[in-house]
Design a protein around this ligand. Structure first.
Ligand SMILES: [Zn+2]
Ligand SMILES: [Zn+2]
Length: 281
């Protein structure tokens, strides 16, 4: 098996031929280049997924380490002390790739990159949810989760709060500064959309965490959950406060703006951590 890299987006395909079109960016076959690797195909052992190991002495010369939580790869002789993407510790890294052991089996296919999260070897982010359950309700739930993961509902839907909240907060501050009722109404309309989207954002985020990252309780995930909770509570507080006092910006500008800024800060924190998990840098 050969490995092909899309020169447009970096997607890696494992197979004898490059795909007709890149499943990520749509680039055609001619845009793929073969990835040359030091190990020769015929020198590789049976395809197996290496057992979890933190023992750095086990012939890891040509090995690579993979974070079992998020799939990040590391080339070092030892796994990193902490995953730079998700914060998982050393013990959560598995060794993958070539070993020099069992090299006397010519003609055997080389190990493709170990499937991550039990998914396909060619898509590092695919998630295997297992077979569909029999009961109607469980099957429906299973399909909803599969669609949420397949269409990246969380990173798509978070653009609504993360795009709208900064403007709502800006309108609130301008409404206070210029004593402008129209700007306050604009901010209210924006916040209604934020609150309506939050259930989708929170549920899809929970599904991503549980399925794609196996519910790993690392610091980044906890920080993201706390930030999401702060956004939700402060957004609800802003709406309720407006409902109780529609002219709160005139009556209590200081405390109202403070709650808005807390919400904005928490949304920014959640967005930064999310970006790090998605883009891995
Ligand atoms: Zn591509
Ligand atoms: Zn990781």
């Amino acid at each position: 098996m050969k490995k092909w890299v899309c020169t447009v987006c970096g997607y890696i395909h494992v197979g004898d031929e490059p795909p007709d079109t890149c499943p990520v960016c749509g680039a055609d076959k001619s845009m793929f280049e073969e990835v040359k690797e030091a190990a020769i195909d015929s020198m590789a052992p049976e395809p197996t997924i290496p057992a979890p190991s933190t023992d750095a002495t086990t012939s890891a010369v040509n090995g690579k380490w993979e974070c079992t939580v998020c799939g990040t790869l590391d080339d070092g002789d030892n796994p990193p002390a902490e995953c730079p993407v998700c914060g998982a510790d050393q013990s959560l890294f598995n060794r993958i790739g070539e070993t020099t052991a069992g090299a006397s089996q010519p003609g055997k296919p080389k190990i493709p990159e170990a499937p991550r999260h039990g998914g396909s070897a060619t898509d590092p982010r695919s998630v295997d949810l297992g077979p569909e359950p029999a009961s109607f309700k469980a099957r429906l739930h299973h399909r909803v989760i599969a669609q949420i993961l397949k269409h990246h509902v969380h990173p798509v839907s978070v653009h609504i709060p993360n795009g709208v909240i900064p403007f709502s907060v800006l309108f609130v501050m301008l409404a206070a500064a210029f004593d402008c009722r129209a700007l306050e109404i604009a901010a209210q309309c924006n916040m209604i959309f934020v609150v309506l989207t939050m259930p989708i954002v929170l549920y899809s985020g929970y599904v991503e965490w549980q399925k794609r990252y196996k519910g790993f309780p690392g610091n980044r995930f906890i920080a993201k959950i706390v930030a999401a909770a702060v956004v939700t509570v402060s957004a609800a507080a802003v709406i309720v406060w407006w409902w109780i006092d529609p002219a709160v910006v005139q009556h209590k500008p200081g405390s109202f703006i403070l709650v808005n800024l807390i919400m904005l800060f928490a949304a920014a924190v959640a967005g930064l951590i999310g970006g790090k998990l998605v883009f891995r840098d």
